[in-house]
Design a protein around this ligand. Structure first.
Ligand SMILES: Cc1cc2nc3c(=O)[nH]c(=O)nc-3n(C[C@H](O)[C@H](O)[C@H](O)COP(=O)(O)OP(=O)(O)OC[C@H]3O[C@@H](n4cnc5c(N)ncnc54)[C@H](O)[C@@H]3O)c2cc1C
Length: 442
């Protein structure tokens, strides 16, 4: 019974030379017989069934989802370790639904504050409007989660050796029988039955599939994670400050940490700057007349958490953008649908992708080889109708908020925000019913 998950798609005869079968357990329950990798007579070329490229949020969540469904995968990550620096991500209820479905929600909730509402202010600190999330939607859940902790938590759910660090994908090639040959920077090769490209905005997999480069949208973001060793002073609210062509936000993450960002217009990407002292100085200069608490927060930001990122996206125009899959290669998260962070949905959407794809793949893997492509196509169709509108909406919201025109900003600050904006419709995109992981063997 358990073997049926893999047997139809990976016939024993073709694997006999290079694989051996061994029983594996996922958590406490017995799962299935999977193949372990072994070297072929071809030397450095290995064979794997499911290869995920990229150990970011999308890659790890996909690996965990598949693992929960009894499907073993290998995750190739270019870096030497999980990303340890970086700031945090605001996850809304759709992100939490997925984290619950893959059973890491409770563990993460205990570490991050639940944010109760948001306050919108002018650059002089005057409050324009405040909202409480639960007033509009009892089921809303908002927390800013440290990226490092999210990645470590997801990785801790995977069997040892699942993630292979220092494994940078260099080239991809598909074989006549539908397998994919992956060549890594170190010259080693992997032959994969299924490839899931989760390699982020500069995805090698996506460019092999014919996707265009993501496009710069005209603004950049400074980000940081302020640290208050004696406890941070903020209420559990997201604070937004809107200026002209410039906006900032900050939100408490935990008892001692506060995430902040500053978004500013810039006609070009500008030089890549990594020196934290320069980044801090530039960020503070942008908001030199803005509320002091924001500038203090920047001062209290450890060097390793400050960064400056040009914001990009890619619109998946129907009939123009390639489909999400090609043969048995499929994309997840930013590799497929990079979007600007104006709705706080990039990571949430990558999480959604991971569970939908894992469910579809697992259910089809039980049926036979041909249906894997079908599962990927079905995933692509279902997720396109979610990701494309979100990408467009995030872009338009960003364009609106980055307006420099004083008349437009005045209408925004005096009419739109105080009188017209409603939080419920603004957060409608966070409605996502996450299907549980269907373990077809249980
Ligand atoms: C300023 C800013 C703020 C944001 N805020 C939010 C927010 O509040 N909420 C939210 O939901 N989202 C937010 N996002 C979006 C979020 O960060 C991304 O959507 C999310 O990280 C996508 O995850 P991913 O796994 O698809 O890609 P990534 O997180 O980029 O992971 C890709 C992984 O692939 C690896 N990789 C790349 N190339 C290769 C290769 N050739 N070989 C092997 N490995 C490779 C990388 O090293 C990396 O580990 C924000 C983004 C930005 C820029």
């Amino acid at each position: 019974m358990a073997m049926s998950l893999l047997l139809p798609i990976f016939p024993l005869q073709s694997l006999a030379r290079s694989y051996r079968w061994c029983p594996v357990r996922t958590g406490s329950k017995p799962v299935c017989l999977v193949v372990t990798r072994a070297q072929t007579s071809g030397g450095d070329r290995e064979e794997e069934n499911v290869v995920i490229v990229g150990a970011g949020i999308g890659g790890l969540a996909t690996a965990v989802s598949l693992h929960r469904l009894g499907i073993r995968s290998v995750v190739l990550e270019q870096a030497e370790s999980l990303r340890t620096g970086g700031t945090s991500l605001t996850l809304f209820k759709n992100g939490w639904r997925v984290l619950d479905a893959i059973s890491v929600g409770p563990q993460l909730r205990t570490q991050f504050l639940e944010i109760e509402g948001m306050v919108v202010k002018k650059e002089d600190g005057r409050e324009l409007r405040s909202f409480r999330f639960k007033d509009e939607d009892q089921s809303q859940e908002v927390r800013a989660v440290e990226r490092r902790v999210l990645l470590e938590t997801l990785a801790s759910q995977l069997p040892p050796q699942t993630i292979r660090f220092s494994s940078k994908l260099k080239t991809i090639q598909s074989n006549a029988n539908g397998d994919t040959l992956l060549e890594l920077e170190d010259g080693s090769q992997l032959l994969a039955k299924i490839v899931i490209g989760c390699d982020g905005i500069r995805s090698k997999v996506a460019s092999w599939m014919g996707f265009s480069e993501p496009k710069y949208v005209g603004h950049c973001a400074f980000r940081g994670l302020g640290f208050y060793p004696n406890g941070q002073p903020f209420q559990k609210k997201v604070n937004y400050i809107y200026g002209r062509g410039l906006r900032a936000g900050y939100v408490p993450v935990s008892a001692t940490k506060v995430y902040w960002f500053i978004c500013f217009n810039s006609p070009s990407l500008g030089p890549k700057i990594t020196d934290p002292a320069i980044l801090k100085k530039q960020a503070k200069e942008l908001v030199s007349t803005w509320p002091e608490e924001l500038r203090n927060l920047i001062d209290l930001t450890p060097d390793e958490t400050i960064s400056r990122t040009p914001l990009v996206d890619r619109w998946l125009w129907p009939g123009i953008a390639p489909p999400a899959s090609k043969g048995r290669v499929v994309l997840v998260g930013d590799a497929w649908h990079p979007m600007t962070p104006n709705l706080g949905q990039g990571a949430c959407c990558a999480l959604e992708d991971s569970v939908v794809l894992a469910n579809k793949l697992a259910s089809e893997l039980n049926k036979g080889t041909e249906s894997v492509e079908g599962a990927m196509e079905s995933y692509g169709n279902e997720r396109w109708s979610r990701a494309f509108p979100l990408t467009v909406r995030a872009n338009l919201v960003g364009a609106l908020l980055q307006w420099e025109n004083s008349l437009v900003c005045s209408v925004r600050d005096n009419i739109i925000i105080p009188k017209l904006v409603r939080l419920g419709p603004m957060l409608e995109h966070t409605n996502f019913e996450c299907e549980p992981l269907y373990d077809s063997k249980t």
